[in-house]
Design a binder for this molecule. Structure first.
Ligand SMILES: [Zn+2]
Length: 162
């Protein structure tokens, strides 16, 4: 089903992004910025998923990607390595999450909207494809970007109105 390097079919990745967007919506229930992440195994099966829980946990590192990568590593069966896995996230990862993706050895990072203010997968930095690192995940941005951006804009608009 998958080519080496974790290149899953577009429909599998798209379905994961839809799932991540649903998780992003739930993050708002507890006051967190709407961001969701799903980790797919090499065969496209969902290993783990998470929403942003920074406010919920009072934890500056509880970004959706970090929570999903941790949970995925717990079930993937290769120790901490997520070899062949794909991280699907609704917003371009920050430096921490881009770094975590590299450290987890994921094959591919797929994200939705660009984050020009903090993105570390090409916007402000490019941590995931830095040639000085010996592991560099493939990167695909812009998957359902408008849906993610709309969700984020509405969230910040509501928050400013409070
Ligand atoms: Zn992050």
């Amino acid at each position: 089903m998958t080519a080496p390097g974790g290149v899953l079919p577009d429909d599998v990745v798209d379905a994961a992004m839809v799932r991540a967007l649903r998780l992003a919506v739930t993050a708002q229930e507890w006051g967190d910025t709407p961001i969701g992440a799903v980790v797919l195994g090499p065969d496209g099966a969902v290993l783990a998923e998470a929403a942003n829980e920074r406010e919920k946990r009072g934890d500056p590192t509880a970004h959706a990607e970090v929570l999903a990568l941790r949970a995925a590593a717990a079930v993937h069966g290769d120790g901490w390595r997520l070899t062949g896995a794909t991280l699907v996230v609704t917003l371009e990862p920050c430096t921490m999450c881009a770094g975590a993706s590299v450290l987890a050895r994921v094959a591919r990072v797929v994200y939705g909207a660009d984050d020009p203010k903090a993105g570390a997968a090409g916007s402000l930095w490019d941590v995931v494809r830095d040639r000085r690192l010996n592991h560099r995940p493939q990167v695909t941005g812009g998957v359902r970007a408008e849906e993610s951006a709309t969700l984020l804009r509405a969230f910040f608009r509501r928050r400013r109105a409070l």
